[in-house]
Design a protein around this ligand. Structure first.
Ligand SMILES: Cc1cc2nc3c(=O)[nH]c(=O)nc-3n(C[C@H](O)[C@H](O)[C@H](O)COP(=O)(O)OP(=O)(O)OC[C@H]3O[C@@H](n4cnc5c(N)ncnc54)[C@H](O)[C@@H]3O)c2cc1C
Length: 527
């Protein structure tokens, strides 16, 4: 982890690759390049996963509904990635079964059967069971649905903790030698015949210059704006910004199935079991033109999601039941579709300049991030004449080396190893950190070794770990991205935690950056 937390002012210097943007795509590219032995610097203007990459529906999926739009190549590509990803970090991603109640007036059964057959067969499946028809009058998932839904279908996809996926990808990049700078904006890029010079600005206004042979523009919703305003490069491509919002309500059912609901507007809405006590419902598709960092859910979107859920569930919800909402902006590759729901979810990599290249990422899903990273580094390797082989398809992410038998076996082993740790806390640590739980708890022999309990269930030891190894600098980083403790704690907890982190963590210089960061506009996905 040598290059993770260098002090202010130590940097500068020359890199093979500068990656701008610490969402899933930037981190995936940085990890891939670092693993090939390139020297890499990644800068993220806010926190890792501060924007779209923590605001997704959290599915590792092919996208059943994209079949209807005839996007077979995209669905196949994503389906092929599902099992590769699920194997790479089984503590933060797992298979999920989805129940689709049959609504005859929306789609005929044969269309759904044909779609599911394709979904099952477009790519090889070893881990995920095939789809099937079910009788909702007897299936456990039928009990929480209105009695008019008597038949349905069940199929497989994957679930992921999106924000933790980003952090673990960045951590892997750092452990392979990449330098990761959060709260650091790339303000300007200048091209010379031998490489790029980048001006980077930290949250407290401090500036530094670095140089790189190649640059990746993985700024998500900012991709076109960044290219235009901060670089001399051009692209013919554009992004279409489409907002999507989710709501969380107290759980509407007890079992572990998720639901896919067909809506009369031909869209689909998901309802997922979330954080033990909640049901997560989303999403919407609304064209968006504002600042991507200031996105928030409109009342009409909340009404829409409540109405979609109320079409199906016995328990009816209103906006007053909404405990949490978040919104994100999809940076979709603009294919000039009229309907935002129909815009392709595929990605394009655009390279400007051959000897001194900048590669811009347009579009892309969490599901395809590993493959996108590999393709991006392959493209740059050709430009930079670096001979390097792809390696990520069979590599694990930090903490993902669970024993044979998977998470259940690992979880019981942790129960034996740390019998003094309460079951809820142990389960949370095991899920968040996987086998890295041993680093978190290194040397701890009992509850007193966890340090002070800063908030219920959140101890000093974990906060130190998150600060030291996972770039967490503010309460929001901890409560809403490294964990989802924010959902379980009182709203005033954030102020208590910020004050504690300011007093106890990091060097004075790091604290001053964190203090500036705490007041900068990162909170795009909550509220
Ligand atoms: C509502 C919704 C639901 C979704 N559901 C799914 C799903 O279930 N499954 C799935 O696979 N995909 C899903 N997606 C798509 C997926 O979330 C996105 O495609 C993906 O997160 C985009 O990642 P990114 O790295 O390109 O962008 P981002 O995560 O936005 O990262 C870009 C980063 O660049 C940084 N940045 C910008 N400018 C600068 C600068 N000048 N200097 C430094 N940093 C800068 C930003 O701060 C930002 O953090 C969903 C998207 C949305 C919005």
């Amino acid at each position: 982890m040598a290059r993770m937390q260098q002090g202010v002012g130590e940097l500068g210097g020359h890199y093979d690759l500068l990656v701008v943007g610490g969402g899933i795509n930037g981190c995936g590219i940085a990890r891939d390049a670092a693993g090939r032995g390139w020297s890499v610097l990644l800068c993220e203007q806010h926190d890792l996963a501060a924007h779209t990459s923590s605001a997704s529906t959290k599915l590792i999926h092919g996208g059943l509904r994209y079949l209807e739009q005839l996007h077979f190549a995209l669905v196949r590509k994503s389906l092929k990635e599902r099992e590769t990803l699920l194997a790479s970090a089984p503590h933060i991603m797992w298979p999920m079964r989805f129940v689709m109640p049959y609504a005859a007036h929306l789609r005929p059964a044969w269309v759904i059967r044909a779609g599911l057959y394709l979904y099952d067969h477009l790519a090889a499946r070893k881990l995920l069971p095939a789809s099937a028809g079910i009788d909702l009058r007897t299936h456990i998932a039928g009990a929480s649905l209105a009695a008019r839904y008597r038949r349905g279908f069940v199929y497989s996809d994957g679930w992921v903790d999106d924000a933790r996926l980003v952090v673990l990808t960045a951590l892997d990049a750092a452990e392979r030698g990449a330098t990761i700078l959060t709260r650091t904006r790339c303000e300007r890029l200048e091209r010379s015949p031998t490489g790029w010079t980048a001006s980077l600005v930290e949250a407290d206004g401090r500036r530094r210059q670095i140089s790189a042979r190649a640059v990746v523009n993985a700024t998500g919703a900012w991709v076109a704006q960044f290219l235009h305003a901060a670089t001399p490069a051009h692209s013919k491509r554009n992004v279409r910004l489409v907002k999507g919002s989710h709501i969380a309500v107290r759980r509407l059912y007890e079992h572990r199935f998720a639901y896919l609901f067909q809506n009369p507007d031909r869209r689909v809405v998901f309802a997922l079991p979330y954080e033990r006590d909640f049901t997560l419902i989303g999403t919407t598709d609304v064209d968006y033109e504002g600042d991507p960092a200031a996105v928030s859910a409109e009342p009409a979107e909340i009404d829409y999601l409540c109405a979609a859920a109320n079409q199906y569930f016995v328990r009816q919800i209103t906006p007053r039941d909404v405990i949490w909402r978040y919104s994100g902006v999809r940076p979709l590759l603009d294919d000039e579709s009229r309907d935002p729901t129909a815009v392709t979810r595929d990605y394009a990599l655009d390279v400007d300049g051959s000897d001194v290249p900048i590669l811009s990422v347009f579009g892309g899903k969490i599901t395809t991030y590993r493959r996108l990273g590999q393709e991006a580094v392959n493209r740059l390797a050709a430009s930079l004449q670096r001979d390097s082989a792809p390696w990520t398809a069979s590599a694990l992410l930090p903490g993902g080396d669970l024993p044979a038998g998977g998470f259940a076996v690992f979880s019981s082993a942790m129960g034996r190893r740390y019998p003094w740790l309460g079951a809820t806390l142990r389960q949370r640590y095991a899920r968040a950190y996987g086998t890295r739980i041993d680093r978190l708890l290194q040397g701890a022999r009992g509850p007193s070794d966890l340090g002070v309990e800063v908030l219920p269930g959140l101890y000093a030891r974990e906060l130190e770990y998150l600060w030291r190894h996972e770039w967490a600098r503010t309460a929001e980083d901890v409560l809403w991205r490294r964990s989802k403790l924010g959902l379980h704690l009182a709203p005033e907890s954030a102020a208590t935690l910020d004050a504690w982190m300011q007093r106890h963590l990091g060097t004075p210089a790091e604290r001053s950056i964190a203090l500036s960061a705490a007041t900068s506009p990162v909170s795009a996905t909550s509220g």
